[in-house]
Design a protein around this ligand. Structure first.
Ligand SMILES: [Cu+2]
Length: 161
């Protein structure tokens, strides 16, 4: 585990939290797109989910938690490569979506980790995941089970990996 990297990451998250308003009194107005889950064969019991969250408002919004009726737990994770070894770690402070910007959950990066699945997930299935933000109502997002990421127009200047 690369401790200094984790400390830097935590500091970055903390800075984002400090920049966020202490409270917000109306809906964050966030939107989502391209939500998909990897299939989960019988016995796997877990899978990962991806999406893009847009924040059209003038204030940062923090995704705090996620939950689904098909999973015992849904956690916010990110994949990190340190010392040439890939591992996952929890985004324990959630994820900030900057004002007028977006945050992506995508293979190799941030992802939703669904564990304790109640049943296998096959391509074409639809799963609802409730996203909870630090302000405003929760958002029920529909994730489609897919074999690969959906084709989506990329914002200008953004590179595909
Ligand atoms: Cu994970």
């Amino acid at each position: 585990m690369n401790t200094s990297f984790r400390v830097l990451a935590l500091a970055a998250v903390a800075a984002g939290l400090l920049a966020a308003p202490a409270h917000a009194d109306k809906s964050p107005g966030v939107g989502i797109s391209g939500a998909w889950l990897r299939p989960a064969a019988a016995g796997m019991g877990m899978t990962s989910g991806y999406l893009v969250i847009r924040n059209p408002t003038a204030k940062p919004v923090r995704l705090r938690a996620a939950a689904s009726s098909v999973a015992r737990s849904v956690t916010l994770h990110r994949s990190v490569v340190s010392g040439g070894v890939a591992h996952m770690e929890a985004l324990t402070d959630g994820l900030i979506i900057p004002p007028g910007g977006s945050a992506s959950f995508q293979p190799g990066g941030n992802h939703l980790m669904l564990e304790g699945l109640s049943h296998p997930l096959k391509v074409g299935d639809k799963v609802t995941v409730r996203l909870t933000f630090d302000a405003g109502p929760p958002l029920d997002a529909t994730f489609e089970v897919r074999g690969a990421a959906p084709e989506a127009p990329m914002p200008a200047g953004m590179k595909m990996r």
